[in-house]
Design a protein around this ligand. Structure first.
Ligand code: GH3
Ligand code: MG
Ligand code: MG
Ligand code: MG
Ligand code: MG
Length: 302
């Protein structure tokens, strides 16, 4: 760990930095609160050991500024000071300190305190990682691992605002597997699940740009939002998806359309989003999907 040592006395700075090195950490030295703030900005600091009485900003003031600056990112701050009355102790903890040691402190005490704080920071890191994993998981549909409907809608709304600001067209495709109830009835639900995964992969392979959004909208229904894509572009993508799914040649012997799994797609694109809503765009893609179904399935209508 990089441990920032803030101490105006050269003698103490020297002694304490040796304790830190001996514990296997890297001391980063600051002679004042002002210098400490500068170093926090420039260096990756994992922990702070801070004197209180210093010319300029004192240790408490410096700590308040550090807490304000770091916000939710917590790093341990330990005071090491000659001020040994209870009121100072209370103020130090209130200011954002995590521990308060009275000078003189031995190398053994310093190293033990560093070890204790190190344990807490590693717990913090583990919690942060788990949190991130959970957050990512909560955004995805558990079967197909594309965005679930809630997350898709959030992301589409952001994209909608970007497109409106840039006056760029935005397109939506609703994709629905044909005669999927019959597929499930004939091949069973687990086979239906793995079919949906393959269809998802096929759809994904037709989306080229990083900003293209894919979500699972309902059971066997997917939705795609394509930024900066006009009607022609939409037709190209929709054709590619219809063909790609058919070319998977996933047997569907009871389908009245073809003896393989197919999809129908309805699409809609708006050239100028002003005066139009995302909901309207999706509704009109949904209407087009209904027409594609009525016109014989395995096709798209944009
Ligand atoms: P259409 O061509 O008109 O779309 O007919 P369809 O049978 O596909 O449409 P319908 O809405 O009648 O049936 C959809 C079926 O999709 C019903 C349901 O059993 C199945 N389904 C929905 N979600 C899942 C899922 O997660 N796994 C599986 N295996 N099947 C699902
Ligand atoms: Mg001092
Ligand atoms: Mg988080
Ligand atoms: Mg269907
Ligand atoms: Mg459906």
């Amino acid at each position: 760990m990089n441990i920032l040592l803030v101490e105006d006395s050269a003698t103490l700075r020297h002694a304490m930095s040796q304790y830190i090195s001996a514990a296997g950490h890297t001391p980063v030295l600051a002679r004042s609160g002002e210098e400490a703030l500068q170093m926090l900005e420039d260096t990756g600091i994992d922990m702070v050991i801070m004197d209180v009485e210093m010319p300029g900003l004192n240790g408490f003031e410096t700590t308040r500024l550090i807490r304000e600056w770091l916000g939710e990112h917590w790093i341990p701050i330990i005071f090491v000071t000659g001020l040994n009355d209870d009121e100072n102790y209370r103020e130090g903890i209130e200011a954002g300190g995590d521990d308060y040691l009275i000078k003189p402190v031995s190398s053994i005490i310093i190293q033990a305190k560093i070890r204790a704080m190190e344990r807490i920071t590693s717990m913090r890191d583990q919690l942060n990682r788990l949190n991130q994993e959970l957050e990512a998981l909560s955004q995805l549909d558990s079967l197909t691992h594309v965005f679930n409907r809630r997350t898709f809608t959030e992301k589409a709304r952001q994209q909608w605002l970007i497109s409106a600001r840039q006056q760029l067209p935005l397109g939506a495709l609703m994709i629905d597997v044909d005669h999927f109830k019959l597929y499930n009835d004939h091949y069973g639900h687990p086979a239906g699940d793995s079919c949906l995964i393959k269809v998802t992969e096929a759809i994904k392979s037709c989306l080229q740009r990083p900003a293209d959004l894919l979500g699972r909208y309902g059971g066997e229904e997917f939705i795609v939002v394509l930024p900066d894509t006009d009607r022609n572009g939409m037709t190209t993508v929709a054709n590619a998806i219809v063909e790609k799914v058919q070319s998977l040649q996933l047997e569907h012997l009871v389908s009245p359309t073809l003896p393989v799994v197919t999809v129908s797609i309805g699409g809609s694109s708006c050239e100028r989003t002003a005066g139009f809503s995302l909901e309207q765009l999706i509704r009109s893609a949904d209407k087009a999907l209904y027409q594609a179904k009525r016109s014989g399935r395995n096709q798209n209508i944009i």
